[in-house]
Each structure stands twice: as structure tokens, then as C-alpha cells.
Design a protein around this ligand. Structure first.
Ligand SMILES: [Zn+2]
Length: 256
């Protein structure tokens, strides 16, 4: 009787501790194993990991306000990111890389959807119009070197939110220095000087090969222009074709 009562008290204490731990550690996680199966573990596995890095601007330009939003919600609902790069170059981490931050929303890239499940999100604090600070870009380049090395993400697998959600998102803005990142080997970039695309070159097919969702061509072209031309116009020209020809050749080159 005493032992049973003691056991009951212990169980009650453990369940209270579990509830408190649940409160402290954020959202409850569903059990990872099926009750229908016999657990017969294999050693041949590793943790699932991100395949892509998505860059954003906060549209805020105020660190305290940006951190507050990323821990609560914006006008659309709850949001977060794995990292925030402040204007002075300080880097905050808000979510573990192994967890799914709420940053990409409805998005599509290279045929993948649910980018929240397969990407690391980095917010860069900026008002959406002003240039990004030198300290910020320097810090971002160091952070990209760290993440790509530790997680084994290809250095070219870095895109903007606007690239994966054309027509819905426009960050980071035309002020973002993708060419500077490219000089450190980050992001997919074209070779200069450009070679003119051959006659009949299919620009939309090349955009699809790069990763863009071209189901609404106008939106995809604006996103492509924002990233590669620092402008947001709607029609493609011969320079775009030459850029896409260069990107296509890089993507189709045999791996070494
Ligand atoms: Zn964004």
C-alpha cells in the first residue's frame, strides 16, 4: 500500500515535471515512433538537415522590434527565423538549425514545396529600402561560411525569399548585394564577361532550371531581375538571356 502510494506520488511529480519541461521547451513534439511497430534500431542514419538557405530582410530596421516580431507574430501570424543579423553585424540565433522555423511560408523552389522543412532562414534587419550595412554583410558572409561548412549545404544553395515566393514576397530588396556574396562563392552567379545566348535560347526554361517557379512568368521575371539585375522590371532582354545562358551552363556542367 505504502509502495503503491509512493509510486503514485512519484508518477504525479514526474508528470508535473514533464508539463513544466513542455512549457519551457516550446511547442510539443509528436512522438517519433509508432506504437504499432517493434523498435529494432539501425545505426545507419543521421539527422535530417537543411538543403537550402533563404535570406530575408525584416522590413523593420530596429533590432528590438525585429526580435519581438520573430518571437511573436507579424500582421499575417506567428513568424520566426533561425538567425537575425543586426545592423551592427551582431548575429542572434532564435531557432535550432535542426528545427523548422516559420520563415518561408507558401513557397516553391526547384520543384520543392514546404521550404520551411528544408531550409535555414536568415533575417537581415533592414527597413526594406535602405542599403544593408557593411558590418551586416560581413557578418552574413561569415555566418554563411559557418553554416554551409557545418551542415554540408552547397555554397550555391542560397536564395532570397522573393526568389522562392515570386509575386508574394520581395525580400531581400534590390539593395541586397548578391554580387558581393558571389565574390565569396555564395549563391549561384553568372560568369563575366557575358556571352550572348544562342538564337532560340529558352529563357523561361533556363529560369526553371535555376529553380524559379515560372507558372506566372511575370512574377518569376520580376524576382529574377531583383536578384540578378537589382531592378524589378517585367520583360526580359538580351542581357537577361546572356545571364541565364551562363547560369544554365554552370548548372549543366559535369560535376568534378
Ligand atoms: Zn521574408
Amino acid at each position: 500500500m505504502t509502495a503503491r502510494r509512493h509510486g503514485f506520488r512519484l508518477a504525479a511529480a514526474l508528470s508535473v515535471a514533464a508539463m513544466l519541461a513542455g512549457c519551457a521547451s516550446g511547442p510539443q513534439v509528436a512522438p517519433q515512433r509508432s506504437p504499432l511497430a517493434h523498435w529494432s534500431p539501425s545505426p545507419n542514419f543521421n539527422a535530417r538537415k537543411a538543403q537550402l538557405i533563404v535570406l530575408h530582410h525584416t522590413s523593420i530596421g530596429d533590432t528590438e522590434a525585429a526580435l519581438r516580431v520573430l518571437k511573436t507574430h507579424n500582421s499575417q501570424g506567428p513568424v520566426s527565423a533561425h538567425y537575425l543579423v543586426e545592423m551592427d553585424g551582431r548575429i542572434d540565433q532564435l531557432v535550432d538549425e535542426g528545427d523548422r522555423a516559420w520563415q518561408a511560408g507558401a513557397s516553391r523552389w526547384a520543384g520543392m514545396t514546404d521550404l520551411n522543412s528544408s531550409s535555414i532562414g536568415i533575417e537581415i534587419d533592414n527597413d526594406g529600402h535602405s542599403p544593408f550595412t557593411q558590418a551586416q554583410i560581413d557578418a552574413l558572409i561569415r555566418l554563411l561560411a559557418d553554416i554551409t561548412t557545418r551542415l554540408g549545404i552547397p555554397r550555391t544553395a542560397i536564395v532570397g525569399h522573393g526568389d522562392i515566393a515570386p509575386g508574394r514576397k520581395d525580400d531581400p530588396s534590390v539593395q541586397f548585394p548578391w554580387d558581393r556574396l558571389a565574390s565569396y562563392g555564395f549563391g549561384l552567379w553568372f560568369d563575366a564577361p557575358l556571352t550572348p545566348a544562342p538564337p532560340g535560347f529558352d529563357t523561361l526554361a533556363a529560369m526553371r532550371l535555376v529553380g524559379y517557379d515560372v507558372s506566372v512568368p511575370r512574377d518569376a521575371i520580376i524576382a529574377f531581375h531583383r536578384h540578378y539585375r537589382a531592378m524589378e522590371t517585367e520583360s526580359l532582354d538580351s542581357t537577361d538571356a546572356a545571364i541565364l545562358y551562363s547560369l544554365q551552363r554552370k548548372l549543366m556542367a559535369p560535376r568534378q
